[in-house]
Write a protein that binds this ligand. Structure first.
Ligand SMILES: [Zn+2]
Length: 373
């Protein structure tokens, strides 16, 4: 557990067995569209799975077994007996001990693939927490069970240019679509603000069966593997609705972004060419007179244990104590990061440069940038 985090986190570092790599992924390597290049891309990819209940547990398992480099899990709930009928990663002991779902899931996933970094965040996913949950993430898989969280997720993903693979299930019916900033409309434009928990059927009122869950999770996982392995032109581009009991499947072409929408309209971030977040309004900078340093306030908490690997990948030398993380950049400048969202940038008295440094060093890596040495 990270003492500085504002919520419990359990992290399992990846331990690669290079000699066993080819054999472990041999069936995926032989699958033409993935092959060796695609497998390498998967290995350097990071996904966030939001919700680790029914859909989320299955999605996390697909990503872990496929060899995605980092699988970050976020869930606020603990395991209960009524989950066991469909939530494939949990067992009776997890329910007896009321283990947080993210933690119980991570423990199982780690035993499936030690070569994947697994992060379990026991956290309420909201506007407030999405900033650090999305740091460094290439794609988000939706395993949530409510429209309010989904809409917050869609807003955040579209503002950062991160693809969101939506999925939802009730009774024997499910829906799924890969929503890609710069290509498709956002979730808010597709389902409308009014859809936020308007009293429609939920799993609590009409129940849910596990084959419907697994069907939707498979649709989501397939799109995620396409995007992450570099098969972006193979993305389905449709909204699928399917009933696994009556077996009716409908597919509608997804519309592009709506011009008047702040999330998916013209000028918004795109996933194909992710924009820098230099002009994010929440960021403030104060020049510290005579000290050759600038204090940057990011406007959201920093999960120090999550950003440390990003900083190391970018050539920083780190000093870590329970209160802060100090990162010395290759050019001698220093970033001193506090979990409350403050960054002291030392070695400059230019506010613009300080903000640029923070966003460059802390934001998700861009297309084509290698994160694995
Ligand atoms: Zn929109």
């Amino acid at each position: 557990m990270d003492k500085m985090a504002q919520h419990p986190i359990e992290i399992y570092e990846a331990v690669q067995d290079e000699a066993a790599f080819e054999d472990r992924y041999s069936r995926q390597l032989r699958f033409g569209p993935i092959g060796s290049a695609g497998q390498d891309r998967l290995r350097s990819a990071r996904v966030l799975v939001v919700g680790t209940g029914a859909l989320g547990a299955s999605l996390a398992q697909h990503m872990t077994r496929a060899g995605v480099g980092v699988v970050r899990l976020a869930d606020r709930d603990y395991v209960e007996p009524s989950n066991l009928q469909r939530q494939m990663l949990f067992d009776e002991e997890d329910a007896r001990s009321a283990t947080p779902k993210a933690v119980a899931a991570a423990r199982k996933l780690k035993r499936m693939n030690g070569g994947v970094r697994i992060e379990a965040h026991v956290v309420d996913v909201s506007k407030r927490t999405l900033g650090y949950l999305l740091a460094g993430v290439d794609l988000v898989l939706d395993g949530t069970d409510n429209a309010a969280t989904r809409l917050a997720l869609s807003d955040a993903c579209f503002s950062l240019g991160i693809p969101l693979v939506y999925g939802g299930v009730t009774a024997s019916e499910g829906m799924s679509a890969a929503l890609i900033p710069g290509r498709t409309a956002c979730l808010r434009c597709l389902i409308g603000d009014s859809a936020a928990d308007d009293g429609t059927d939920t799993c609590d009122t009409v129940g849910v069966i596990s084959p419907a869950v697994e069907f939707v999770a498979s649709l989501q996982a397939a799109e995620a593997l396409k995007w992450l392995s570099g098969n972006r032109e193979a993305m389905r581009g449709t909204w699928v609705t399917a009933d696994i009991w009556t077996f009716r499947v409908r597919e509608l072409k997804l519309p592009g972004g709506r011009s008047r929408c702040a999330c998916c309209g013209t000028g918004a971030s795109t996933a194909d060419n992710r924009l820098r977040q230099d002009d994010k309004p929440a960021i403030e900078a104060a020049v510290m007179c005579g000290r050759d340093s600038v204090q940057v306030t990011l406007g959201e908490a920093i999960a120090l244990d999550v950003v440390r690997p990003l900083l190391e990948e970018r050539g920083c030398t780190l000093t870590v104590n329970p209160y802060l993380t100090k990162a010395e950049l290759p050019d001698g400048k220093r970033l001193v990061l506090f979990s409350d969202g403050r960054v002291l940038v030392q070695g400059t008295s230019d506010a613009g440069e300080a903000i640029r440094l923070c966003t460059d060093m802390l934001q998700p890596h861009r297309e084509g940038e290698s994160i694995v040495g």
